[in-house]
Design a protein around this ligand. Structure first.
Ligand code: NAD
Length: 493
């Protein structure tokens, strides 16, 4: 942690793109940059090169208190405005974000080292969240309840007030936007805490939202570590709901805290999702989907389908096709690095444990020994075939570019293998028989299942079964997560 007093990026309104030198970022509180109460900053590094990156404010409970006070003052006025007005402001936020895509891309690139195609998907989707919730806001209301003549009973969707949003480092801007847009749409104010490794894009989202006309104090970003900032957010008496995206361990901690306070939480946690391939599937498309699960963000996706379950008769053929695709993937071109050093070490430790347990990768299985990829945190796309279901590699989330395969026979065997996990975030099913695809999809314990590559978008609800969490993001469902229902009943006579 550094405590020097160099000029902060917060003193200018220019984005990082104007100057690639590392910068120092303050918090964004009450519509302006505010230095951390304790005067300290955290370093970051570029995962693609390990060179020093931007510094972000090391927040503390005092900074959280300032942000919550700003949020508490801001939300009643916002909530009182007609939905159409809030919608107009959120459309303006989307417009300003869209006009600054290059700047946001530059920031996200510096913090994550992601490849351009990946960044484009994530940042376009971040803008789309604001457009979508700006739209649905105008068409989502309470309802009237018919209690007979002489009674007028109706419901209202009311905001919680101040909502804490705590997000991880793998899809930083995207996951922030996914929560912020519906939270603001529903009339709340937010105190957001991005991961300390990847904070700058969320800070700039808040700055751009202010520039677009979002009233001061509605969107505050306090940066810093989980214990120093995340826990004080969840513990603050004026924070009435918490949205958490991250690991199961942190989720349990925050859920306990929320339980003590009797406030609701949404938990978007980890996964070990299956991709189920029947022998009658389009094997090439299924193999491409399996390879994408490790190439997309180098497997650092909570919903990545990293358990490749293949009908026995097609197993070897599918493995051969997937391996061919994995071996064609180029680091820094087709896939990015592991974003944090700790995660890089964790993935390699899991591979070393697998080696000690006698597992041998069909492809990959290590970092790059030399060349440009060795300077960054790149791990070779990896596949282990026929991994016994009790092996840690078959059960634990790796959060890296690692696939494991397992054979099954028949529909019941497919469902049993798919559900043989503590998690339940997502699944993918491939079959030439669409009815079988749907039958299997309905029997898998997961929040979303794609059959034959069906798309999952901003409009489709997203969330976990089992240890993958509870509550829903995306779609109309998310708007309801951020609003509470009030019933009002009037006797007319
Ligand atoms: P993490 O739990 O370590 O951190 C997530 C966030 O919580 C960060 O902002 C972190 O600073 C904060 N945090 C950490 N400790 C805290 C504490 N004691 N109190 C309060 N806040 C704390 O997770 P990560 O390593 O950043 O992210 C990887 C994990 O996130 C993976 O397990 C992945 O599956 C999961 N994830 C889930 C989703 C989803 O939508 N379901 C999306 C992305 C990532």
């Amino acid at each position: 942690m550094s405590t020097s007093t160099a000029t902060t990026a917060g003193t200018t309104d220019t984005g990082r793109a104007a100057d690639a030198a590392p910068r120092r970022y303050d918090h964004w509180i009450a519509g302006r940059w505010q230095p951390p109460a304790e005067g300290s900053y955290l370093p970051t590094t570029n995962p693609a090169t390990r060179e020093p990156g931007d510094e972000v404010a090391a927040g503390s409970a005092a900074d959280v208190a300032a942000a919550v006070a700003a949020a508490a003052a801001a939300w009643p006025g916002w909530a009182a405005r007609p939905a159409a007005e809030r919608s107009d402001v959120l459309h303006a936020v989307a417009d300003v974000l869209a006009a600054h895509i290059d700047e946001l891309t530059e920031l996200e690139l510096a913090a994550t080292g992601k490849v351009p195609a990946q960044l484009k998907v994530e940042i376009d989707m971040s803008v789309a969240y604001f457009r979508y919730y700006a739209g649905v806001l105008r068409a989502t209301h309470g309802r009237t309840i018919d209690l007979g003549a002489g009674v007028h009973a109706y419901t209202r969707l009311e905001p919680y007030g101040v909502i804490g949003v705590i997000t991880p480092w793998n899809l930083p801007l995207n996951q922030a936007a996914r929560s912020l847009a519906p939270a603001l749409a529903a009339g709340n104010a937010v105190v957001a805490k991005p991961s300390e490794f990847t904070s700058t894009s969320t800070l700039h989202l808040a700055r751009l939202a202010s520039a677009a006309g979002l009233p001061d104090g509605l969107l505050n970003v306090v940066t810093g570590t989980g214990p120093a900032v995340g826990t004080p957010i969840a513990a603050h008496p004026k924070v009435r709901r918490v949205m958490f995206t991250g690991s199961v361990a942190t989720g349990r901690h925050l859920a306990r805290l929320a339980g003590e306070r009797l406030i609701p939480v949404t938990m978007e946690l980890g996964g070990k999702s299956p991709i189920v391939v029947f022998a009658d599937a389009d094997l090439d498309r299924a193999a491409a989907a399996a390879a994408t699960a490790v190439a997309f963000n180098a497997g650092q996706v909570c919903s990545a389908t990293t358990r490749l379950l293949v009908e026995d008769s097609a197993h070897d053929e599918v493995v051969a096709r997937v391996v061919e695709r994995l071996e064609a993937l180029r680091p820094g071109v087709d896939f990015g690095p592991i974003i944090t050093e700790a995660q890089f070490d964790k993935v390699l430790a899991m591979l070393a444990d697998a080696e000690r347990a006698g597992l041998r990768p069909v492809s990959g299985g290590s970092a790059y020994p030399d060349g440009p990829a060795a300077a960054g945190r790149y791990i070779r796309p990896t596949l282990y075939a026929d991994v016994a279901p009790d092996q840690p590699l078959a059960r634990q989330e790796v959060f890296g570019p690692v696939l494991v395969t397992r054979r099954f026979t028949g529909e019941d065997g497919a469902v049993a293998a798919a559900n043989d996990t503590d998690y339940g975030l997502a699944a993918s099913v491939w079959s030439g028989d669409a009815a079988r695809g749907l039958r299997v999809a309905e029997r898998i314990d997961a929040g979303q299942v794609a059959v034959n590559g069906g798309p999952l978008t901003v409009e489709t609800p997203f969330g976990g079964y089992k240890d993958s969490g509870f509550g829903r993001e995306k779609g109309l469902e998310a708007l309801h997560e951020y609003a509470q229902v009030k019933t009002i009943s009037l006797a007319l006579g």
